[in-house]
Design a protein around this ligand. Structure first.
Ligand SMILES: Cc1cc2nc3c(=O)[nH]c(=O)nc-3n(C[C@H](O)[C@H](O)[C@H](O)COP(=O)(O)OP(=O)(O)OC[C@H]3O[C@@H](n4cnc5c(N)ncnc54)[C@H](O)[C@@H]3O)c2cc1C
Length: 339
């Protein structure tokens, strides 16, 4: 009988893993808590206009990853955005601008990459897994709506701290003790993020991304609307620095949103204080703390005949979207090769 595979997490790592397993003929189901796929590769829409509020662009150097990106409808490889960079501050991923790195944007929204990977997969949305147990023959997964799922191969593909939380629900599983200890040595950084929309008449800046070197709060301001084919609004995405974000993670959104808008206005212009619309987002685990990544995904046999795989951006060097994709791909190949 074929082994059932469940992937918890419809981000880039989980989707790529599921895609390769399905292509090899396995029965795979992806379970995702949100109402759409993509996870941190996130896009919102303001009156139909996409705004990317996770990564601003895709970047990478690994051939298989670049080929997967090239396959997405409408993707712009060797992207002219972001060409106009202002400021000497540090990008979230400084490697993104290394000479070896290719950059790409998707005018229809960055989460189209995730939608592309998900097409043809069995994805169950709006389903949060709350507890995993492993009995002799299968993993039993229970959702917050009390739905139950069973499988013999389980992939957990999400942010590091969320993986640790998920493993914690399994109670004492001796095979997983070293994994939990190892993963406990790593961490992710937060990012408070504010999206803001303005009429086209505002004096929009002449840059694509601003990396201020002298701001206590701002990591970057991205002029997202420059990525769109026919923008109806000028849209800015304002991302806060990790340390500043960490200190304010538990504060009400109004407090830090106002501070971010005021700081952005200092750098961009007074008009920034008068948006048509804003939307705050609290990324508790935005990305892996740089340089703290493992070299490959983990696969642990449990109770003799069950297998638990872990993937996500912490399981491949460099972190970020490319690492998430590579970890999902590598885990799928291990699951197939080590059967
Ligand atoms: C603000 C910001 C800026 C970034 N900038 C860059 C950048 O410049 N370059 C770069 O390469 N990367 C960047 N990243 C990081 C990049 O987005 C991530 O590394 C990558 O998307 C992680 O993919 P993943 O599949 O590992 O995890 P995720 O995208 O987090 O996917 C995990 C999925 O699991 C789901 N999930 C979690 N718990 C459960 C549960 N209990 N039940 C069901 N589903 C669950 C989540 O909803 C999510 O969809 C940035 C991220 C943020 C937030």
């Amino acid at each position: 009988m074929q082994r059932e595979v469940i992937v918890i997490g419809g981000g880039i790592a989980g989707l790529q893993c599921a895609k390769e397993l399905q292509e090899a003929g396995r029965n795979v189901r992806v379970i995702e808590r949100a109402r759409g796929v993509g996870g941190r590769l996130a896009t919102r829409r303001f009156e139909g206009q996409p705004i990317d509020f996770g990564p601003m662009f895709l970047h990478g150097h690994a051939e298989p990853f670049l080929r997967a990106v090239k396959d997405v409808d409408g993707v712009v490889m060797q992207s002219p955005w972001p060409r106009r960079i202002q400021g000497q501050g540090t990008p979230c991923q400084p490697d993104a601008f290394a000479p070896t790195e290719q950059r790409a944007i998707i005018p229809a929204g960055m989460n189209c990459f995730a939608k592309h990977l998900a097409s043809g997969l069995q994805v169950q949305l709006n389903t949060r897994i709350e507890r995993i147990t492993a009995d002799g023959n299968c993993f039993l997964l229970r959702s917050s709506a009390d739905e139950e799922f069973q499988c013999q191969d389980l992939v957990v593909a999400m942010a590091l701290e969320e993986i640790l939380g998920m493993l914690g629900t399994m109670g004492a599983v001796p095979e997983l003790a070293p994994t939990a200890t190892l993963l406990g040595m790593f961490s992710s950084v937060p990012s408070l993020t504010l999206l803001a929309a303005y009429p086209l008449e505002v004096p929009a800046p002449d840059w694509d991304i601003l990396y201020p070197e002298d701001s206590p709060s701002l990591q970057l301001v991205s002029q997202d609307s420059c990525k769109r084919l026919q923008p109806r609004f000028v849209t800015l995405v304002i991302q806060a620095r990790p340390g500043w974000s960490r200190e304010r993670l538990e504060q009400p959104e109004e407090a830090w949103s106002t501070q971010l808008l005021q700081e952005a206005a200092q750098h961009v212009g007074e008009w920034v204080l008068h948006p048509l619309w804003t939307s705050p987002h609290r990324w508790k685990f935005a990305r892996v703390d740089r340089g703290n990544e493992l070299s490959r995904p983990l696969l642990t046999p449990i109770n003799g005949n069950l297998r638990l795989g872990l993937a996500g951006d912490v399981f491949s060097p460099g972190g970020g979207v490319q690492a998430a994709w590579l970890s999902g791909s590598a885990l799928a190949q291990r699951l197939l090769n080590e059967e």
